[in-house]
Design a protein around this ligand. Sequence first.
Ligand SMILES: O=C(O)CCC(=O)C(=O)O
Ligand SMILES: [Fe+2]
Length: 224
Amino acid sequence: MLVTIPEVLTVPEQQELLRLTKELPFVDGKETAGFRAKMVKHNEQVSREAEGRRVMQEIVVRALARSPGFRRAAIPHKIRPPLISRYREGMSYGTHVDDAMMGQGFQRERSDVSVTVFINDASDYDGGELKIHSPFGPQQIKLPARSAVVYPSGTLHEVAKVTRGERLVAVTWVQSYIRDERHRQLLSDVMEVRDRLHAIDPNGKETDLAFRIHTNLTRLWSEG
Ligand SMILES: O=C(O)CCC(=O)C(=O)O
Ligand SMILES: [Fe+2]
Protein backbone atom coordinates (compact mmCIF):
# COMPACT_ATOMS: atom_id res chain seq x y z
CA MET A 1 0.00 0.00 0.00
CA LEU A 2 1.46 3.30 -1.09
CA VAL A 3 -0.15 6.37 0.44
CA THR A 4 0.69 10.02 -0.05
CA ILE A 5 -0.29 12.42 2.71
CA PRO A 6 -0.36 16.20 2.13
CA GLU A 7 0.52 18.83 4.74
CA VAL A 8 2.02 16.58 7.37
CA LEU A 9 4.34 19.40 8.43
CA THR A 10 2.98 22.82 9.31
CA VAL A 11 4.57 25.82 7.58
CA PRO A 12 6.47 26.90 10.76
CA GLU A 13 7.77 23.33 11.21
CA GLN A 14 8.94 23.18 7.62
CA GLN A 15 10.62 26.59 7.94
CA GLU A 16 12.41 25.48 11.11
CA LEU A 17 13.60 22.30 9.40
CA LEU A 18 14.85 24.28 6.40
CA ARG A 19 16.67 26.71 8.68
CA LEU A 20 18.37 23.87 10.57
CA THR A 21 19.46 22.13 7.37
CA LYS A 22 21.34 25.33 6.48
CA GLU A 23 23.12 25.37 9.85
CA LEU A 24 23.90 21.75 10.65
CA PRO A 25 26.80 19.69 9.33
CA PHE A 26 26.05 16.89 6.87
CA VAL A 27 28.10 13.69 6.49
CA ASP A 28 28.23 10.90 3.91
CA GLY A 29 24.98 8.90 4.00
CA LYS A 30 26.89 5.62 3.72
CA GLU A 31 27.42 5.87 7.50
CA THR A 32 23.99 4.41 8.23
CA ALA A 33 23.56 2.06 5.26
CA GLY A 34 23.74 -1.75 5.33
CA PHE A 35 26.68 -3.25 3.41
CA ARG A 36 24.77 -3.72 0.17
CA ALA A 37 22.92 -0.40 0.26
CA LYS A 38 26.30 1.29 0.83
CA MET A 39 27.27 0.38 -2.73
CA VAL A 40 24.44 2.46 -4.18
CA LYS A 41 23.83 5.18 -1.57
CA HIS A 42 25.15 8.55 -2.71
CA ASN A 43 23.67 11.20 -0.48
CA GLU A 44 24.36 13.14 2.69
CA GLN A 45 22.65 13.27 6.04
CA VAL A 46 22.78 15.45 9.12
CA SER A 47 25.63 14.25 11.33
CA ARG A 48 24.82 12.17 14.39
CA GLU A 49 27.00 14.53 16.37
CA ALA A 50 25.06 17.66 15.39
CA GLU A 51 23.26 19.25 18.36
CA GLY A 52 20.20 20.31 16.39
CA ARG A 53 19.62 16.89 14.87
CA ARG A 54 17.44 15.83 17.79
CA VAL A 55 15.26 18.93 17.32
CA MET A 56 14.72 18.04 13.66
CA GLN A 57 13.88 14.45 14.50
CA GLU A 58 11.37 15.53 17.12
CA ILE A 59 9.62 17.91 14.73
CA VAL A 60 9.21 15.15 12.14
CA VAL A 61 8.08 12.46 14.59
CA ARG A 62 5.60 14.83 16.26
CA ALA A 63 4.16 15.82 12.87
CA LEU A 64 3.72 12.19 11.82
CA ALA A 65 2.25 11.17 15.17
CA ARG A 66 -0.56 13.73 14.93
CA SER A 67 -1.38 13.07 11.25
CA PRO A 68 -4.59 11.01 10.91
CA GLY A 69 -3.57 10.01 7.36
CA PHE A 70 -0.25 8.67 8.58
CA ARG A 71 -1.78 6.85 11.54
CA ARG A 72 -4.36 5.22 9.29
CA ALA A 73 -1.79 4.11 6.70
CA ALA A 74 0.96 2.91 9.07
CA ILE A 75 -0.86 1.96 12.30
CA PRO A 76 2.40 2.81 14.06
CA HIS A 77 3.76 1.03 17.09
CA LYS A 78 7.39 2.22 17.03
CA ILE A 79 9.04 4.83 14.88
CA ARG A 80 12.79 5.14 14.23
CA PRO A 81 14.55 8.48 14.76
CA PRO A 82 14.42 9.98 11.24
CA LEU A 83 17.46 10.54 9.05
CA ILE A 84 17.62 14.01 7.56
CA SER A 85 18.92 13.45 4.03
CA ARG A 86 20.20 15.79 1.37
CA TYR A 87 20.73 14.97 -2.29
CA ARG A 88 22.80 17.57 -4.07
CA GLU A 89 23.26 17.78 -7.80
CA GLY A 90 24.53 14.43 -9.11
CA MET A 91 23.47 12.45 -6.01
CA SER A 92 21.14 9.44 -6.03
CA TYR A 93 20.30 6.28 -4.13
CA GLY A 94 20.30 3.17 -6.33
CA THR A 95 17.87 0.26 -6.09
CA HIS A 96 17.83 -1.33 -2.64
CA VAL A 97 15.58 -2.84 -0.01
CA ASP A 98 15.57 -1.39 3.51
CA ASP A 99 16.93 -3.52 6.34
CA ALA A 100 14.28 -5.63 8.07
CA MET A 101 15.64 -4.95 11.56
CA MET A 102 16.91 -1.55 12.63
CA GLY A 103 18.63 -0.25 15.74
CA GLN A 104 21.35 -1.62 17.97
CA GLY A 105 21.82 -4.86 19.88
CA PHE A 106 18.71 -6.03 21.68
CA GLN A 107 16.83 -2.81 20.96
CA ARG A 108 16.11 -3.66 17.35
CA GLU A 109 12.79 -2.90 15.72
CA ARG A 110 11.26 -4.40 12.59
CA SER A 111 10.66 -2.09 9.66
CA ASP A 112 7.21 -2.65 8.19
CA VAL A 113 6.63 0.76 6.64
CA SER A 114 9.09 3.24 5.13
CA VAL A 115 8.32 6.95 5.19
CA THR A 116 9.71 9.97 3.33
CA VAL A 117 8.73 13.46 4.50
CA PHE A 118 9.47 16.17 1.94
CA ILE A 119 11.18 19.18 3.54
CA ASN A 120 11.77 21.31 0.45
CA ASP A 121 9.59 21.68 -2.60
CA ALA A 122 9.63 19.59 -5.78
CA SER A 123 10.21 22.81 -7.75
CA ASP A 124 13.57 23.28 -5.97
CA TYR A 125 15.18 20.43 -7.90
CA ASP A 126 15.03 18.37 -11.08
CA GLY A 127 15.21 14.57 -10.92
CA GLY A 128 15.24 13.08 -7.43
CA GLU A 129 12.06 11.04 -7.88
CA LEU A 130 11.53 8.27 -5.35
CA LYS A 131 10.82 5.26 -7.54
CA ILE A 132 9.05 2.40 -5.79
CA HIS A 133 8.94 -0.92 -7.62
CA SER A 134 5.46 -2.32 -7.05
CA PRO A 135 3.72 -5.39 -8.53
CA PHE A 136 1.83 -2.90 -10.73
CA GLY A 137 5.02 -1.40 -12.11
CA PRO A 138 7.23 1.43 -10.85
CA GLN A 139 5.58 4.31 -9.00
CA GLN A 140 7.39 7.65 -9.24
CA ILE A 141 6.91 9.91 -6.25
CA LYS A 142 7.86 13.57 -6.09
CA LEU A 143 5.73 15.57 -3.69
CA PRO A 144 5.32 19.18 -2.60
CA ALA A 145 7.09 20.35 0.55
CA ARG A 146 5.41 19.25 3.84
CA SER A 147 3.91 16.07 2.31
CA ALA A 148 4.83 12.48 3.10
CA VAL A 149 4.74 9.13 1.35
CA VAL A 150 4.31 5.82 3.15
CA TYR A 151 5.17 2.51 1.46
CA PRO A 152 5.96 -1.08 2.45
CA SER A 153 9.57 -1.53 3.58
CA GLY A 154 9.80 -4.80 1.68
CA THR A 155 9.73 -3.12 -1.74
CA LEU A 156 12.74 -2.40 -3.91
CA HIS A 157 13.06 1.34 -4.34
CA GLU A 158 15.52 4.02 -5.44
CA VAL A 159 16.00 7.77 -5.64
CA ALA A 160 16.77 9.08 -9.13
CA LYS A 161 19.77 11.33 -9.65
CA VAL A 162 19.17 14.98 -8.81
CA THR A 163 20.13 16.98 -11.90
CA ARG A 164 19.49 20.51 -10.55
CA GLY A 165 19.20 22.00 -7.07
CA GLU A 166 18.95 19.91 -3.92
CA ARG A 167 16.42 17.55 -2.41
CA LEU A 168 15.85 17.64 1.36
CA VAL A 169 13.85 14.90 3.03
CA ALA A 170 13.40 13.17 6.36
CA VAL A 171 13.31 9.39 6.12
CA THR A 172 12.09 7.00 8.77
CA TRP A 173 10.76 3.51 9.41
CA VAL A 174 7.82 2.23 11.38
CA GLN A 175 7.15 -1.01 13.15
CA SER A 176 3.41 -1.31 12.74
CA TYR A 177 1.01 -2.95 15.16
CA ILE A 178 -0.23 -4.73 12.05
CA ARG A 179 2.59 -6.65 10.45
CA ASP A 180 0.78 -8.05 7.42
CA GLU A 181 0.34 -5.49 4.70
CA ARG A 182 -2.97 -7.01 3.56
CA HIS A 183 -4.33 -6.71 7.08
CA ARG A 184 -3.10 -3.13 7.31
CA GLN A 185 -4.88 -2.26 4.08
CA LEU A 186 -8.15 -3.84 5.27
CA LEU A 187 -7.97 -2.07 8.62
CA SER A 188 -7.18 1.21 6.96
CA ASP A 189 -10.26 0.81 4.71
CA VAL A 190 -12.49 -0.12 7.64
CA MET A 191 -11.22 2.89 9.58
CA GLU A 192 -12.21 5.15 6.73
CA VAL A 193 -15.72 3.69 6.52
CA ARG A 194 -16.06 3.84 10.32
CA ASP A 195 -15.08 7.52 10.45
CA ARG A 196 -17.38 8.47 7.59
CA LEU A 197 -20.32 6.66 9.17
CA HIS A 198 -19.58 8.36 12.47
CA ALA A 199 -19.61 11.76 10.77
CA ILE A 200 -22.95 11.08 9.06
CA ASP A 201 -24.73 9.19 11.81
CA PRO A 202 -22.96 9.10 15.18
CA ASN A 203 -25.76 7.11 16.85
CA GLY A 204 -26.49 4.70 13.99
CA LYS A 205 -26.45 0.93 14.29
CA GLU A 206 -24.19 0.70 11.24
CA THR A 207 -21.74 3.06 12.95
CA ASP A 208 -21.65 0.78 16.01
CA LEU A 209 -21.09 -2.17 13.74
CA ALA A 210 -18.23 -0.47 11.88
CA PHE A 211 -16.58 0.39 15.22
CA ARG A 212 -16.99 -3.20 16.35
CA ILE A 213 -15.48 -4.61 13.15
CA HIS A 214 -12.53 -2.25 13.36
CA THR A 215 -11.89 -2.90 17.04
CA ASN A 216 -12.12 -6.65 16.75
CA LEU A 217 -10.00 -6.90 13.61
CA THR A 218 -7.36 -4.84 15.44
CA ARG A 219 -7.60 -7.26 18.39
CA LEU A 220 -7.27 -10.19 16.02
CA TRP A 221 -4.32 -8.94 13.98
CA SER A 222 -2.26 -6.66 16.20
CA GLU A 223 0.94 -7.63 17.90
CA GLY A 224 3.38 -5.90 20.21
O1 LIG B 1 15.01 9.70 0.03
C1 LIG B 1 14.05 8.95 -0.01
O2 LIG B 1 12.92 9.31 -0.36
C2 LIG B 1 14.22 7.48 0.37
C3 LIG B 1 15.62 7.14 0.73
C4 LIG B 1 15.79 5.69 1.03
O3 LIG B 1 15.31 4.84 0.32
C5 LIG B 1 16.51 5.28 2.24
O4 LIG B 1 17.09 6.16 2.92
O5 LIG B 1 16.52 4.08 2.54
FE1 LIG C 1 15.37 2.94 1.30
